[in-house]
Ligand binder design. Structure first.
Ligand code: HEM
Length: 502
């Protein structure tokens, strides 16, 4: 999901967290909850803050080594299920595929998002997502799945390619660019064309994306996250941007309907979607659904394509293998790219997947437990997780477990290839970059498709070098991204003919 440019947000959350822990320590109220408090037979998971000393130690690791190292340390010490408790709130971490099934597959009555995503209601409107009951939300999820299923994706390849070719045609013979900024711009153009439709792409691109920027910026400020309905200047700006977007999309939908015009974009699929009782989506629903999809896909696509580039350009062997794959495909199909040729780019697929393993767009997923459940660890311990706990699936641990991912610190796309398939070692919840189960990302195939269209074009047409050092992760964003500029130098190559001559 798009977690945007307000670095103050996570920083402030970290500060609140630290302050909370310090307060807790000072009041000496940090105690373990006895296992027997909710069940006489089964223990609850080991808890981190059980004494002032361990609280201080935890805080020290958090401040000096960062969030990921702090979690890794607890995982190594306590195993795959452990609870961190502060300010009376308990978050239980379920690390690794063996303990993840219920997290991803539990019924909504057992495990839910709680009010974690309440702040999205004023963004997308009361008629969709977390503004509606679970039955309606499930049906709306089906609309996304249907709009983004393989049979519907084929028609997006040509327009994507058109945007990509047009965009890179503007680059000179050689030069240096900030890859992150370039890809962000290009991905907005692709989204405008394939998701929002040609009305936006051709006539309202700047207006829509500036309103969208205003919407996300103001929705993700700390005050709007904590108090989404407080009458502050920030929420007023958010609401103005939301109203502007709603009126634009309502007008487009009305105009298509009144002129019987049918387009091939995702917006059209949402307009045509029907609930089980035969009711069509309303204008407000279509508007909310399309804004939500833009939010879900924009930042995630930019960071994943940038990380893929940064990783590829830092690993000569992988870069050569990716080029070799393009050469083979060009030999076989010429320089045409369609849906089927994209499917043949299996090594490029693995390069993207591996970038997302190391740099997931969400480092952690959170849910609320609504009904006690029992979890059995790989080592055979059984713990009961009580209702009311927040539970977390930490991708930053899941994707780096050494008995699953060999040398997890090494960028190695081959780990997903035939014979190794490390993402299946622990069953279906081994790899979670696109979440899984009930809340799996419906845009996964679309996301791979667009990153492949971009990177196959770049590989075929440019010699690229990473000029700046390999980017650090900016953890101060709610959705981590490469920190600073990702400077890449390019030189046009004479392809595809020169490839064929190789
Ligand atoms: C590499 C890029 C992407 C990644 C890593 C990614 C990842 C995710 C994840 C982890 C979730 C679930 C969040 C949760 O559990 O609450 C999600 C939800 C979602 N994603 Fe993606 N996503 C990507 C790109 C896209 C794209 C391009 C689209 C649309 C074209 C999209 C559409 C959605 C939607 C609509 C949801 C919410 C589904 C619902 O709950 O109804 N995503 N995505």
């Amino acid at each position: 999901m798009d977690m945007v440019n307000s670095s103050a947000v996570p920083f402030s959350i970290a500060l609140v967290f630290i302050a909370a822990v310090i307060t807790k320590v000072a009041w000496a109220k940090i105690t373990a909850v006895p296992a027997s408090s909710f069940n006489n037979t089964q223990p609850h998971p080991p808890e981190v803050i059980t004494s002032i000393t361990s609280a201080v130690r935890l805080l020290h690791t958090l401040v000096t080594k960062g969030f990921t190292s702090m979690l890794q340390e607890q995982y190594t010490k306590l195993g795959s299920v452990f609870t961190i408790s502060f300010l009376g709130m308990k978050t239980t971490f379920l690390a690794g595929p063996e303990v993840s099934a219920h997290f991803y597959q539990g019924l909504e009555s057992e495990i839910s998002h709680g009010n974690i995503l309440e702040f999205t209601v004023p963004m997308f409107g009361k008629d969709v997502a977390f503004g509606v009951d679970i039955a309606t939300r499930t049906e709306q999820h089906r609309f996304y799945l249907d709009a983004l299923k393989p049979a519907k994706l084929r028609c997006h390849v040509a327009p994507m390619l058109h945007e990509v070719e047009k965009y890179f045609a503007k680059w000179g013979q050689h030069g240096t660019v900030d890859l992150k900024q370039e890809l962000e711009q290009l991905l907005m153009l692709i989204s405008a064309r394939c998701l929002l439709g040609k009305e936006v792409r051709e006539k309202m691109f700047d207006e829509v994306f500036s309103a969208f920027h205003e919407l996300t910026e103001n929705s993700l400020q700390l005050t709007s996250l904590l108090f989404p309905y407080a009458p502050t200047p920030t929420t007023r700006r958010r609401d103005r941007a939301s109203a502007r977007l709603s009126s634009i999309f309502a007008e487009i939908v009305r105009s298509r309907k009144s002129s019987n015009r049918v387009e091939e974009d995702v917006l059209q699929n949402l307009v045509d979607s029907k609930y089980k009782d035969g009711r069509h989506t309303t204008e407000a629903e279509v508007t909310g659904l399309i804004i939500a999809i833009l939010f879900a896909g924009k930042h995630t696509s930019t960071t994943s394509s940038t990380w893929t580039g940064a990783r590829l350009l830092s690993h000569t062997e992988c870069l050569e293998a990716a080029l070799e794959e393009q050469q083979q495909i060009v030999k076989k199909h010429g320089d045409n790219i369609d849906y089927d040729t994209l499917l043949e780019m299996s090594f490029l697929h693995c390069c993207i997947k591996e970038a997302l393993r190391m740099h997931p767009t969400a480092p952690i997923f959170l849910r609320k437990v609504r009904k006690n459940f029992t979890v059995r660890t790989r080592e055979g311990y059984e713990y009961e997780i009580p209702s009311g706990h927040t539970i977390a699936s930490p991708l930053v641990i899941n994707h780096n477990i050494p008995y699953i991912y060999k040398d997890p610190d090494v960028y190695d796309p081959h780990r997903f290839g035939h014979g190794r398939e490390e993402d299946r070692v622990g069953g279906k919840f081994t790899y979670n970059a696109f979440s899984g189960g009930r809340h799996a990302c419906p845009g996964e195939a679309y996301a791979y498709m667009q990153v492949k269209v971009i990177w196959s074009h770049l590989l075929r047409n440019f010699e690229l070098k990473l000029v700046s050092s390999f980017p650090e992760t900016n953890w101060l964003k709610l959705s981590p991204e490469p920190r600073g500029k990702v400077e890449v130098s390019y030189k046009r190559r004479m392809l595809p003919r020169s490839m064929l001559e190789n």
